[in-house]
Design a protein around this ligand. Structure first.
Ligand code: ATP
Length: 365
């Protein structure tokens, strides 16, 4: 396995890129640690496949370098990189048995048959496919075929990294959950460098030690799942992670007011240190609060505002309320102990978990 490093690495498909939007991948420095399990998460078109293809060598970046264990591999073609890749759809030989499919990447590299036998059985055991080793792949379901593809990715011990490009897309939801757990287990056992591309946040958060969130060709945060939830570095992370995502409000400060901020015409009492931090920031200010941290408060409470709640939905573990505050949309997940009716209520929004952003980047918490 390898430590993979990007040095000022970026990619533009067109010639002479000038503005950030000319890049499918904006120039970045980044390290993928040896043995790390990473999920690469972002919406369609944000640059995930471009990044993966640069690691695997299918694409030579227009800018910067990619290094494996300190060695410059930027121009090394795929076959020289020792990367295993698992794609969205099964890649295998239909006419071969499961055993021969799993053995293929090893036999291709002239691994002795005794070792092939051992590895194939280990991987088949992990994937729960031991009883199917003699079965021909042609008659198998899409799920089973994709499991074999995963196995083909996992069977070699000598790879620099295994890249997964949305590998569970074709898998049935129940099996998906099982396979995700198995992949996590495999990672813990074998300490592989895994990079797993997905646009599904549940998949990313359950699989990875570190989640890398991308938007518009840029990595906006790399962190543990709880950090992405509690301390998003960028409004996009607040919006993209969580269900529903974070509430955002445009914020104004008043030179004369040292203990409050303004959302529309409503004043929200806020810790004076935060107010002075916001006054120092140069740019467009906003405040974010996750629905999970919104709470009911007595009328007139410091740090609370009056909100109009329009809908209340009982979700069992919480009440999901939808409405507006200071003319802006609001979603809150309130605890179930106090049943809430639609109407006007005071809600505490200035809380330790409330995050402030300047030009979409976190400045204070
Ligand atoms: N061969 C290409 N030529 C020109 N532009 C491309 C090419 N491949 C991708 N792009 C553009 O680069 C940007 C990033 O695409 P990329 O496929 O890396 O995104 P993605 O996050 O993997 O999307 P998806 O989740 O839909 O696969 C997009 O704007 C896309 O249109």
């Amino acid at each position: 396995m390898a430590r993979i490093e990007f040095r000022n690495l970026g990619h533009a498909y067109g010639k002479n890129p000038q503005a950030p939007e000319d890049f499918a991948l904006q120039p970045m420095n980044m390290v993928w640690e040896d043995g790390g399990a990473y999920a690469l998460l972002g919406p369609s078109g944000c640059g995930k496949s471009t990044l993966l293809n640069i690691i695997s060598g299918l694409l030579v970046p227009s800018h910067g370098q990619v290094l494996f264990d300190g060695k410059d591999m930027t121009d090394t073609p795929t076959r020289g990189r020792n990367i295993a890749q698992v794609f969205q759809f099964p890649v295998l030989y239909d006419t071969m048995t499961v055993y021969d499919n799993l053995a293929f990447p090893l036999r291709n590299r002239k691994v002795p048959e005794a070792e092939v036998h051992k590895r194939v059985h280990e991987v088949a055991e992990i994937l729960g496919m031991k009883d199917a080793l003699k079965v021909r792949a042609s008659g198998m379901s899409a799920d089973a075929k994709q499991k074999i593809s995963l196995g083909r990715g996992l069977v070699r011990k000598d790879v620099s990294a295994i890249l997964f490009d949305e590998p569970l897309t074709v898998i049935d939801p129940h099996l998906k959950w099982q396979l995700r757990r198995q992949l996590k287990q495999i990672h813990q056992q074998l300490k592989l460098t895994l990079i797993y591309v997905t646009h599904d946040q549940v998949e990313a958060l359950t699989f990875a030690d570190e989640v890398v969130v991308m938007t518009n060709g840029k990595i906006v945060q790399k962190g543990a799942p709880d950090a992405l939830f509690e301390r998003p570095d960028h409004t996009f992370v607040g919006y993209f992670i969580g269900s529903p995502g974070m509430n955002f409000y445009p914020v104004r400060v008043d030179a004369q007011d040292t203990a409050g901020i303004y959302i529309g015409n409503d004043r929200l009492a806020v810790d004076p240190d935060r107010v002075s931090q916001l006054k120092r920031a140069q740019g467009t200010l906003s405040m974010g609060i996750r629905p999970e941290f919104v709470e009911l408060a007595p009328a007139g409470t410091e740090g609370a505002l009056e909100a109009e709640i329009r809908h209340v939905q009982q979700l069992g573990t919480c009440q999901l309320v939808t409405g507006t505050v200071a003319g802006h949309p609001l979603k809150g997940k309130l605890e179930t102990s106090v049943p809430v009716q639609a109407g006007r209520h005071w809600l505490r929004l200035a809380r330790p978990q409330t995050i402030f952003f300047c030009n979409d980047e976190r400045i204070a918490q």
